[in-house]
Design a protein around this ligand. Structure first.
Ligand SMILES: Cc1cc2nc3c(=O)[nH]c(=O)nc-3n(C[C@H](O)[C@H](O)[C@H](O)COP(=O)(O)O)c2cc1C
Length: 331
């Protein structure tokens, strides 16, 4: 019964003028949601919006070339959102203009990342301790670009300071077109469970679209999140690692109530190899192989001989080697 309710709620929605259909979003994940992985998720189907890994506003402002690499986008993945972090409103505004010029459909402001080296600069999660500055930054970014601006945040700084509702009101007042809420506090990191009641409270308070995030690993989880929070969209992060099909599976479940069969071992091998080729098409082979060592391990999880394969993948130094490790062991 609940899933039927979720089905009714899970409709396309808009962020500014951008239609998000289906209302399922690939979360920004540093070191993961590069153009290759985003395309893979898009091609698998069911994903209405993909988010690029976070980009430093300082890096863009000061022309750091590695930061520029993070702005590679392709038409097949649209709409695509690019996330910025920083603590200086003028630098964030300047970086936002550059991201808009690079072709982003949406710009997202990170007000939640708990990584210590980012937080100690006063950016991202640290802004949850200074909501005035957070609002100032959102206003500066909104004022700098024509594309819609969203905010991705957490429940609050810690259990004593759960401020998502206040931040959402400030974000709306500053012109944000939507808000993403991950139901954990910054001090929780990734421990414990995401508290979806915070997402519901934000949805009850603001009229801009609310995207719920945290601990959606299955189609049934997504249906439950729509149902329990009344959110407009569901964002999936870790559940998509090595599983670009998760959006198609959720979309299908919401539309038909049927669970799709799990991808076969051959499907997983094919996807891992496509992932490798896509990544190698956007960076040099050495760098691609370095990144792939960790990322391909997700596709072989649970497979017989997985730990031996992981060991061999971690030492691979060319694409050819990766190919033979993936295919030799899959037959
Ligand atoms: C490897 C990794 C990298 C991440 N990088 C970012 C990031 O760049 N920006 C951000 O806002 N959140 C980042 N996150 C958090 C996710 O976007 C998401 O909020 C979080 O994983 C909770 O969703 P999930 O339970 O579906 O994974 C990252 C998470 C992971 C696992």
């Amino acid at each position: 019964m609940k899933d039927i309710e979720a089905k009714a709620k899970a409709r396309a929605f808009r962020i500014g003028g951008v239609v998000i259909d289906p209302p399922l979003v690939l979360a920004p994940m540093a070191g993961v949601t590069n153009v290759a992985f985003r395309r893979l998720c898009k091609r698998a189907g069911g994903c209405g919006l993909v988010c690029a890994e976070m980009v430093s506003s300082y890096g863009l402002h000061y022309h750091n070339s590695r930061t520029g690499e993070l702005l590679v986008m392709s038409d097949e993945e649209r709409p695509v959102s690019v996330q910025l972090f920083g603590a200086l409103p003028e630098v964030m505004a300047d970086a936002a203009r550059k991201v808009e010029e690079a072709g982003a459909d949406i710009i997202d402001v990170n007000i939640g990342c708990p990584v210590p080296k980012v937080v100690k600069t006063g950016a991202a999660g640290a802004l949850l301790k200074d909501l005035d500055l957070a609002e100032h930054i959102i206003r500066a970014v909104v004022g700098a670009v024509r594309v819609p601006v969203t905010v991705k945040t957490r429940a609050g700084w810690n259990a004593e300071h759960v401020t998502a509702v206040e931040l959402a009101v400030r974000a709306r007042d500053a012109g944000a077109a939507a808000i993403v809420v991950h139901g954990r506090t910054v001090s929780q990191g990734f421990s414990g469970r995401a508290d979806w009641t915070v997402i519901r409270k934000v949805k009850e308070t603001v009229t801009i679209p609310v995207i719920g995030n945290g601990d959606v690993r299955t189609p049934q989880d997504a249906a439950r999140m729509f149902d329990e929070t009344n959110c407009d969209g569901v964002m999936v992060g870790r559940g998509a690692l090595g599983n670009p099909w998760i959006f198609r599976a959720i979309d299908s479940y919401l539309k038909t109530g049927e669970l799709l069969p799990d991808p076969s071992c051959e499907d997983r091998t094919e996807a891992a190899w496509r992932h490798a080729l896509l990544l190698a098409s956007i960076m040099d082979e050495k760098q691609a192989v370095r990144e792939l060592r960790g990322q391909l391990a997700w596709y072989i999880k649970g497979r017989s001989g997985a730990s031996e394969m992981r060991g061999r993948l971690s030492k691979a130094s060319t694409l050819d080697e990766i190919r033979s490790i993936l295919y030799e062991t899959s037959s």
